[in-house]
Ligand binder design. Structure first.
Ligand SMILES: *[C@@H]1O[C@H](CO)[C@@H](O)[C@H](O)[C@H]1NC(C)=O
Length: 290
């Protein structure tokens, strides 16, 4: 079984590399929700993409009259992490899979659909469920800070009903499988995040320090612990929290690291460390939820 899977993957690998759509944005994020003394939500996330894919750095943009703060993918027009003045937050990761559909709808639109809507996270999730099969595998988290509601939505495994789950208070890690799946890098990040939060205790988190220690981590997983969905060498390259891999289509890897810290009083601090033409730039945009 294992040998067969690997052979399929090797045949598949060139396709994987040729179609930038199929690999897409493989993000990893860790967050603590409704369980920290200062922050109802504290999230750190890496976005992995081809380095040459046009991207707009963290900024406010207007989407059909709604002000949205986040980075933006200029190819698909969507985002992987963004929030609004009203305190709606959405973030997305792709599910690692062998045969994504080239004609599927753009997953990067999913966060925008939620941010533009006025539905509660749960209502939105049920509305999206009807349409979820038209996208490749995704994990989407949508939250409304004022009403303390956060919902996880995923359209995988294929053939099963769309999974919709209220996110429980506590620490969670989202990579390229179901929420809190014990993938090696997700476990490593979760453990590191927990340790750092314990160190800070009830004091303000030093976002840059945390991002530097946890999100720039290039330690790879033990090959025997990889999920074995694709070619093992490829999975090995993607097995660190910070990814950097040379492909025939150019460098692929982490090109944006973000931290979103929302305080109980509604003060939002969105930090991004983003690679722009080979240079890492830092930005922080602060605002207060209306
Ligand atoms: C934004 O807020 C953070 C956290 O409160 C603070 O450390 C930082 O100095 C603020 N930055 C700006 C540009 O206002």
């Amino acid at each position: 079984m294992h040998a067969r899977t690997r052979r399929n993957c090797i045949i598949f690998l060139p396709n994987l590399l040729v179609s930038s759509h199929s690999l897409g944005t493989m993000c990893i994020g860790a967050f603590i929700w409704q369980a920290h003394p200062l922050y109802p939500l504290l999230l750190i996330q890496n976005r992995d993409e081809y380095r040459n894919r046009p991207t707009k750095a963290l900024a406010w943009w207007d989407v059909d009259g709604v002000e949205i703060l986040g980075g933006r993918d200029e190819v698909g027009g969507g985002t992987w992490l963004a929030c609004t003045r009203q305190g709606r937050v959405a973030f997305l990761t792709n599910v690692l899979e062998l045969h994504p559909h080239p004609d599927a709808k753009t997953r990067g639109d999913l966060p925008l659909l939620f941010l533009e809507s006025t539905k509660s996270p749960m209502e939105f999730a049920h509305e999206l469920a009807a349409d979820a099969h038209r996208y490749n595998g995704f994990n989407l988290i949508v939250a409304d800070i004022p009403s303390k509601s956060m919902v996880y939505i995923s359209n995988r495994p294929m053939g099963e009903p769309v999974s919709i789950q209220q996110v429980s208070p506590g620490l969670h890690v989202l990579s390229n499988a179901k929420l809190d799946s014990p993938w090696p890098k997700a476990q490593r990040l979760g453990k590191g995040f927990k340790q750092m939060l314990n160190q800070y205790g009830k004091t303000q988190v030093m976002v840059k320090e945390m991002v530097e220690k946890l999100m720039k981590d290039k330690v790879k997983a033990d090959k025997s612990k990889l999920p074995g969905i694709c070619d093992l060498d490829w999975e090995f390259s993607l097995s660190s929290v910070f990814v950097e891999v040379d492909t025939p289509l150019g460098m692929y890897g982490t090109r944006s690291t973000a931290a979103l810290a929302i305080r109980a009083g509604g003060q939002v601090s969105f930090y991004e460390n983003c690679l722009e033409e080979g240079v890492w730039f830092e930005r922080t945009i602060n605002y207060t939820i209306n």
